[in-house]
Ligand binder design. Structure first.
Ligand SMILES: [Zn+2]
Length: 306
């Protein structure tokens, strides 16, 4: 699942590629992706909603794109805003596609960029925004869990899923003292706490594993049992690893790609995530994988002790 560094990479790309463009048309083959800002369960009226969505977004200018946790927020003219959540396997591409009809269904033919034509992970296009410069913004999603919500700025900014988010781990205003307080108030296992967006926003399975390894903290350790030295190490490791992953444009161990359809370079820099049975970079012990609350954690049993 795309985490902070992957979503940030997409958002930074979009700010370079689509700001100031107008949306001149929309195509999609998966109406359920579109959610109502006031009632996300209203799937029954998906077809009516599709018509409303197309009408509302046509002609709108793209003003800015920001990230909040793992959400992409696209500010549009006329006080509109669109939230896109990539969920498990979604990503956005800037390129060109041709939609052709073939035996009762429509087929999306990728034209550019090169990676969208060559890499199968870029070919699950379910939504295309046509822009006024001839380019297109396409949404690719293998497993179709992602969602898009269009509403007024006020409606989107007040969505409960945005309201309840914890602080951004890379924000300058987020200080160690606040981090330590948040962690110390939790009885759950530290791995689960790091991945809870309501505690700290944007960290998932990949980066929580690497952050814990670097800080030499066992993933199953109760958060409130961490001493000051461990909290300091965890704080430092969180900032360093996330900043490095943003710089390297994310991780593509699975289907994540950037807006040019390219893989992230943090994939090669992973410390423990999905490196089960490989030697620990610090001590050579085999990396272990264990289950933690329905997810998995990778760690070094020698460096990270309970
Ligand atoms: Zn080790």
């Amino acid at each position: 699942m795309p985490e902070l560094p992957e979503v940030q990479t997409i958002v930074s790309d979009l700010n370079k590629k689509i700001i100031g463009r107008r949306i001149v048309g929309v195509w999609f083959d998966w109406p359920k992706m579109l959610k109502d800002p006031l009632d996300q369960q209203r799937n029954k009226i998906a077809h009516k909603h599709v018509a409303e969505f197309k009408k509302a977004i046509k002609g709108k200018k793209i003003i800015k794109v920001i990230r909040r946790a793992k959400n992409i927020l696209i500010y549009l003219s006329d006080d509109l805003m669109m939230l896109i959540h990539l969920k498990m396997t979604g990503h956005l591409l800037v390129g060109k596609w041709r939609v052709k009809s073939a035996k009762r269904k429509e087929v999306v033919v990728p034209l550019e960029p090169k990676e969208a034509v060559e890499d199968p992970y870029n070919q699950y296009i379910h939504l295309i925004f046509y822009l006024d410069d001839g380019k297109m913004l396409g949404y690719s999603d293998v497993r179709k869990f992602g969602k898009a919500i269009l509403g007024t700025r006020e409606q989107i900014e007040n969505l409960p899923e945005l309201k309840k988010l914890g602080p951004e781990p890379l924000d300058a205003s987020f200080k160690f003292i606040k981090f330590a307080k948040l962690i110390k108030s939790e009885e759950r296992k530290i791995k689960q706490v790091l991945m809870d967006p309501e505690v700290i926003a944007g960290i998932g399975n990949i980066y929580s594993d690497d952050i814990l390894w670097k800080a030499k903290v066992h993933p199953l350790k109760p958060a409130n049992k961490l001493d000051r030295k461990e909290l300091k190490a965890l704080w430092k490791s969180m900032r360093e690893i996330l900043a490095k992953a943003v710089k390297l444009r994310g991780t593509s161990t699975s289907d994540y790609r950037d807006t040019a359809g390219k893989k992230g370079e943090y994939t090669e820099e992973r410390l423990v995530y999905q490196r089960e049975d490989e030697p620990c970079d610090r001590c050579g012990t085999k990396i272990k994988r264990i289950a933690v609350g329905g997810r998995s954690a990778h760690f070094c049993p020698a460096c990270q002790r309970l």
